[in-house]
Design a protein around this ligand. Structure first.
Ligand SMILES: C[S@@+](CC[C@H](N)C(=O)[O-])C[C@H]1O[C@@H](n2cnc3c(N)ncnc32)[C@H](O)[C@@H]1O
Length: 180
């Protein structure tokens, strides 16, 4: 159903190509990206969100990187569909390779920009993002875009670094329209 909605949306809506992409400071071939990100798991980095997920939900992971967390989220909502998007084609190829090592058929990865998500309004039951906002010049705009694609009553889970406090910060359930 989501795949149909995406196809329809793409036919009807031209993606806003004017949206700038921020520089990803860590780089895609650094040890941090290649080694540490690969060790990440939904059970740890998305532990705060898992209790809010159910079988059959649709889920979007914004800035999914190589998909190490996304795959665990997809297991939590299976047979519901999970989509991981990332602005990097390199990371999306890695995520697809990682997913192909699983037996899961409810997950897909696509290149996309969190500032201009290529999905209709009200597409997903859950939206997740991990360590992405800290890399964006306009995180509020990204959150507003996540809210746009979230269904009424859906849940958003965001975990990011609090650079000032030096610790990770989890947030679940920003109500739709809270930033409007
Ligand atoms: C620190 S990595 C986190 C990856 C993954 N969420 C994880 O925790 O392993 C940040 C990711 O955000 C992606 N990113 C940066 N700007 C983005 C944008 N505008 N839209 C989508 N993804 C973006 C980067 O390409 C990178 O893969």
């Amino acid at each position: 159903m989501i795949a149909e909605a995406i196809t329809t949306h793409r036919k009807e809506t031209a993606m806003d190509k004017s949206n700038a992409v921020d520089q990803y400071a860590h780089g895609y071939d650094s040890a941090l990206t290649l080694v540490q990100h690969a060790r990440r798991r939904a059970e740890k980095q998305a532990a705060f969100l898992l209790p809010h997920l159910q079988s059959g939900m649709s889920l979007l992971d914004c800035g999914c990187g190589s998909g190490s967390i996304t795959i665990g989220l997809a297991k939590a909502v299976a047979p519901g569909k999970t989509v991981g998007i990332d602005v990097s084609g390199v990371e999306i190829e890695r995520a697809r390779a990682n997913a192909s090592n699983t037996e899961m058929s409810n997950i897909l990865f696509e290149v996309g920009n969190v500032y201009a998500l290529d999905f209709p309004d009200n597409s997903f039951d859950a939206v997740f993002s991990h360590n992405v906002l800290e890399h964006l010049n306009d995180p509020a705009r990204a959150i507003a875009e996540m809210q746009r694609v979230l269904k009424p009553g859906g849940v958003i889970g965001i975990r990011d670094a609090d650079m000032g406090g030096g610790r990770a910060t989890d947030r679940v359930g920003l109500p739709r329209g809270a930033l409007a």
